[in-house]
Design a protein around this ligand. Structure first.
Ligand SMILES: Cc1cc2nc3c(=O)[nH]c(=O)nc-3n(C[C@H](O)[C@H](O)[C@H](O)COP(=O)(O)O)c2cc1C
Length: 342
């Protein structure tokens, strides 16, 4: 796919998720079939540039191209500075966040809260685009402020005229938060209005759903967030289905074990062992969801604070499942829950 001046392997995008889409996770998703992975959002508050968290979020060493970094904020000048800062630190695409309903972001009128102030949106977009003339700028937004104000198409028009190169749209309004089902009619309306690529996002969790959302919206690609947690191979499954119309068999326990081991090693190397072990816990719990004995395993895992212990516990769990040829990610294995507790 041609996207903002880059040729991508396909039209499948990893959604930016604060606390999830760090460099190890982005790398993993790219290696398992994602065409592009957008970074966790980086604040435009320059006071935080020096913090360990912000420096880590701007660390793209060894990451496969293109590197897309999301910035969030509401002040056009600070957003322009943040774009420049991130381009100086390796960003090849700047993505602007107008999609996040988090209180931390919205209380300062940023994220999706910005969608109710179209003149300010225009100022921010124009300031960022002109601050990084050699770098494409993309925008992530929701369908609107609330169900009575679904103004994504109006914002999309503003964005296109400001020089934004592509849009990702989550099919919920800001006030929906994550409630209800995503709707795709507004995304279709945006696609009909603009000439730049439109990426559809929200509740896409199977290859079949990806195909139907592409057909319904006419979008150029799909973006997947929560369904990739503990299941980064969803990208190759969708890629295969879109190309062939057939589904890949789910990965075996042995294969998931190998993917998890690689992921854990990357997390320890990226964060250091102490923080790496803590960050790894949520990923491990996602990988084990639906497998027999997962609840007991997770409880035990949360007590372990050492890399060797965490590795050994993950090995024990997955070797058990590999030996028993467990069905993976059937998400209905509760009846075997407890098998490991003995
Ligand atoms: C844990 C988490 C963190 C998120 N952080 C961001 C973020 O930093 N920036 C953003 O634009 N969207 C963020 N989102 C929203 C996702 O990018 C995506 O739009 C949303 O989850 C809907 O897609 P999905 O149904 O595929 O998960 C976040 C979502 C989750 C679950």
């Amino acid at each position: 796919m041609q996207f903002a001046g880059f040729t991508l392997r396909n039209n499948l995008f990893v959604a930016p998720m604060a606390g999830v889409t760090d460099r190890p996770f982005r790398q993993l998703c790219k290696s398992l079939g994602a065409g592009l992975a957008v970074s966790e959002m980086v604040t435009s508050n320059s006071l935080l540039y020096g913090s360990a968290k912000t420096r880590r979020r701007a660390d793209h060493q060894g990451e496969a191209d293109p590197i897309s970094v999301q910035i969030a904020g509401a002040d056009p000048r600070l957003m322009a500075d943040a774009a420049k800062y991130n381009v100086d630190h390796g960003a090849q695409i700047i993505d602007i966040n107008m999609g996040c309903p988090a209180k931390k972001v919205c209380n300062v009128m940023a994220g999706s809260a910005l969608m109710q102030d179209q003149p300010l949106v225009a100022k921010i977009l124009a300031a960022v685009v002109s601050a990084v003339p050699g770098t494409p700028v993309t925008l992530k937004l929701r369908t609107g402020w609330n169900r009575d104000n679904r103004n994504a198409a109006a914002i999309a028009g503003i964005a296109e005229s400001c020089g934004i190169r592509a849009l990702a749209i989550h099919g919920r309004t800001r006030s929906d938060q994550y409630q209800g089902a995503a709707e795709y009619d507004t995304i279709a309306a945006v696609k009909a209005r603009v000439g730049i690529p439109v990426i559809a996002n929200g509740d896409i969790d199977t290859p079949q759903k990806a195909k139907s959302v592409l057909a319904h919206t006419g979008a150029d690609g799909v973006m997947i967030g929560r369904a990739a947690q503990g299941r980064p191979w969803i990208f190759r499954e969708i890629e295969h289905y879109l190309a062939t119309g057939t589904t890949l068999p789910p990965p075996t326990a042995a294969e998931i074990h190998g993917i998890l081991r690689r992921h854990l090693a990357d997390l320890y190397a990226f964060y250091g062992e102490e923080t790496g072990v803590k960050i790894a816990r949520k990923h491990i719990s996602w990988y084990t969801k639906g497998l027999g004995g997962a609840a007991q395993f997770r409880a035990r895992m949360n007590q372990l604070s050492d890399v060797d212990e965490q590795f050994a516990a993950a090995d024990e769990f997955f070797l058990y499942h590999a030996a028993n040829d467990s069905p993976c990610h059937a998400r209905a294995a509760e009846e075997t829950e407890g098998a490991l507790a003995a």
